[in-house]
Design a protein around this ligand. Structure first.
Ligand code: GLY
Length: 393
């Protein structure tokens, strides 16, 4: 069993693991990533909406603060990555239009608008006619919508590729293997053992394994992150130059209770997403999933049926019990988490990198990330325990 040493070892080379390793290396740590295919993961499927305002949900006000903070950091983050790597990230400040097709959808959108305004967010109610003035290919049946100029997009595949390059330039070591087991020595995380038996020793370990984060053996039971896979199927179409510009901004809606969005890229890709399915680690693309996406997207923008179909794919969001990420130190010294980003991994990439770099350096989360400590779940479990066992609290 050979042993290679780093200051910070990141388990998982998706965008969250990569940004953590990159930021750690920039702070002077000898950083490494263990992953069989760095740059892969959910970012290969995600549409890349930076949708703090249009993806606001009731009960997620605390998460909104982190989402907005990360959105605020995006322009500088994207510029820094592009300058360092010479790679275009497809960062497009195009805004979003959320529309309604029937009375129920419109009532839903009105509720969202109220919540947005109560939260101090900018969002403008438009008539159906005004929606079509902005996006002429919208269906005649669109009954109204919300114009949100602050919700943008980035191409997650390009983001992942640029982060790999940035890590390489910053001297991050890549171990192309599966991390199988956490090594704990003298009551602290001390590295991992990979599937081929290699031991990778480290001063600190960051578990950033996306939906697989709960599966690393050797993690003490009370520290295992409560993360589960939430399947999302996505369809990619191509807009031939003769149809461009097909849509000028992201268009989304809730159709019969299911969210659907169309994200137009400058390179002609049009991403349709996404299902949300609790099926464990299943990434099968199903006829039903693709049918529903195409059916709902077609109701919004009938012209999509003319476009070439480029790809269908399914990915796994790392869902957490409160839909918010788990960031920073755990109860096991030397082990930190950067996982559970659920629907917001691409949006939260900049703030996660900064928060983890801060935590690795100081042992504490910065103020904006403190509500997302993994300890909130152990505290909740401890508070629930007497009630569950029927004893007085
Ligand atoms: N944020 C988009 C999705 O999770 O489908």
């Amino acid at each position: 069993m050979s042993s290679r040493t780093s200051d910070v070892l990141v388990v998982g080379g998706g965008i969250i693991g990569l940004v953590t390793a990159w930021r750690a290396a920039q702070r002077g740590f000898a950083a490494a990533v263990v992953d069989p295919a760095p740059g892969g993961g959910a970012a290969q499927v995600a549409a890349g909406m930076l949708a703090a305002v249009t993806e606001l949900h009731f009960g997620e006000q605390t998460l909104l603060g982190l989402n907005l903070e990360s959105a605020r950091r995006y322009p500088r983050f994207a510029a820094e990555l592009t300058e360092l790597t010479g790679q275009d990230l497809g960062y497009r400040r195009c805004g979003t239009l959320a529309v309604a097709l029937d009375a129920d959808d419109r009532a839903h959108l009105r509720e969202l608008h109220t919540l947005q305004r109560q939260s101090g967010l900018e969002s403008e109610w438009l008539s159906g006619r005004d929606c079509r003035r902005l996006e002429p290919l919208l269906a005649p049946g669109v009954r109204g919508g919300l114009r949100v100029d602050a919700d943008h997009q980035i191409d997650p595949r390009r983001l992942a590729a640029a982060l790999v390059t940035a890590c390489e330039r910053a001297g991050v070591a890549f171990h192309r293997a599966w991390a199988e087991r956490l090594v704990v020595a003298r009551d602290r995380a001390a590295g991992v053992v990979t599937a081929d038996g290699t031991e990778l020793a480290a001063g600190q370990v960051v578990l950033a394994g996306g939906s697989l984060s709960g599966r690393l053996a050797g993690v003490p039971a009370d520290v295992v992150p409560p993360v589960r896979p939430v399947k999302g199927q996505v369809v990619r179409l191509t807009v031939p130059p003769r149809y461009a510009p097909f849509l000028s901004r992201t268009v989304r809606a809730v159709v019969r209770g299911s969210a659907v969005y169309l994200v137009p890229r400058e390179n002609g890709e049009l991403v349709l997403g996404a299902t949300s399915e609790e099926l464990g680690f299943d990434t099968t693309v199903t006829a039903g999933g693709v049918y529903e996406l195409l059916r709902d997207a077609h109701e919004l923008v009938p012209g999509i049926t003319e476009l070439p179909l480029a790809e269908t794919r399914a990915g796994l969001r790392p869902g957490s019990p409160d839909n918010a990420p788990l960031l920073g130190p755990t109860a096991l010294p030397g082990l930190l988490l950067a996982t559970g980003h659920h629907r917001n991994g691409v949006l939260l990439t900049p703030v996660t990198g900064d928060a983890l770099a801060h935590a690795l350096t100081t042992g504490e989360l910065p103020p904006e990330a403190r509500p997302f400590t993994p300890a909130r779940f152990s505290r909740a479990a401890a508070a629930d325990a007497p009630r569950r066992s029927g004893q007085p609290a």
